[in-house]
Design a protein around this ligand. Structure first.
Ligand code: 5GP
Ligand code: MN
Length: 313
């Protein structure tokens, strides 16, 4: 795919990513936004996302993100990044009505939902894909920073198996623009607020090992979230911590989103394909990291997931 060719004629260009945007979603959307702003100054450019977490305020122009979804006019080109159209939230209508729909993603569960699709499941992140698609002489420190944030978040700072030589080559080029990458990693990835640390502790304390220690589950209910004043963004990273327990092949973390409704996150050591399980329940993701929303009591949800995990193990 040739990025600039695909939107050459376009006057009105929109960009969006998935609901509850994570680092890769914010990084790839902002990276593309800053890039197009520079190379297509003539275009009427819009970016839509649910309000990103405060840690992403270090990305240039992040305040230009429209979280109100008030636009009425049709877009010539609309980009869906890091997701298929079903998780675009308020931007789904813009995507569906656009003259040309472009889908860029790295989720194996995404079959491609655009007129033009660039879905590469072997890529570490959507940010790495945006990097691939850019003309390198047009990159600058601010674009590089946004894309670098996306890559470090989806690779766990180059730790997960989705990290490839290409990922590291992209990262090497990106840090050459001179931003303080060490500080960026600390402040956007490792640093946690006191609240986040407390609720992490609570989730670890109340976790339950099962299937001979091969699985672990932890549940945070509405009442606990209210007690700590926690938002879903404050729960990121808990599932990875659970997966780090020695002997655990599959970790499940879930929090209550409504009456008999749970947002489920799963992580696998490699033996279990959690994308397959999440897709079965209407969600998706990657082989080792996936999620879905499920209905029932938390025991129903755990039982339903366990059946699938046990079959794979
Ligand atoms: P997390 O557990 O961190 O929320 O998500 C893990 C991975 O699965 C991410 O790549 C995320 O985009 C994907 N994912 C999480 N929840 C869903 C979902 O409900 N539907 C789909 N299609 N993907 C999801
Ligand atoms: Mn991603």
């Amino acid at each position: 795919m040739k990025l600039l060719e695909e939107c050459k004629q376009a006057k009105r260009i929109g960009i969006s990513g998935h609901i509850r945007p994570d680092g890769d979603c914010v990084g790839s959307c902002m990276g593309l936004y800053l890039y197009l702003k520079k190379v297509r100054p003539d275009a009427d450019l819009h970016i839509f996302l649910e309000k990103p977490a405060d840690i992403f305020s270090c990305i240039s122009s992040v305040e230009e993100i429209d979280s109100e979804y008030g636009e009425q006019e049709r877009f010539d080109v609309f980009f869906a990044l890091d997701t298929a159209s079903d998780r675009l939230g308020g931007a789904e209508a813009y995507f569906n009505s656009a003259v040309k729909k472009i889908n860029i993603d790295h989720h194996i569960s995404n079959k491609g939902c655009g007129d033009v699709n660039y879905v590469v499941p072997t890529a570490s992140s959507t940010s790495e894909l945006i990097y691939d698609l850019t003309e390198k002489e047009q990159l600058d420190e601010e674009i590089a920073k946004a894309l670098y944030i996306g890559i470090i978040h989806d690779t766990g700072v180059f730790q997960y198996s989705n990290t490839s030589p290409e990922t590291l080559r992209a990262a090497a080029k990106l840090i050459s623009y001179g931003f303080d990458f060490s500080r960026l990693i600390e402040e956007t990835f490792y640093e946690k607020t006191y609240l986040q640390t407390q609720i992490l502790g609570r989730a670890l304390l109340e976790s339950i090992l099962f299937m001979d220690g091969k699985c672990v589950v932890s549940v945070i209910d509405r009442k606990t979230m209210d007690f700590y004043g926690a938002s879903p963004q404050d729960l990121e990273g808990i599932v990875s911590q659970l997966r780090s327990i020695k002997g655990v092949e599959c970790a499940i973390f879930m929090y209550e989103t409504g009456v008999l409704e749970y947002k489920v996150s799963m992580r696998s050591g490699g033996l279990v394909n959690v994308s397959q399980i999440a897709s079965y329940f209407g969600g998706g993701g990657h082989v080792r990291a996936a999620g879905c929303t499920m209905n029932g009591t938390c025991h129903d949800v755990i039982n339903n997931l366990s059946l699938h995990i046990e079959k794979q193990l």
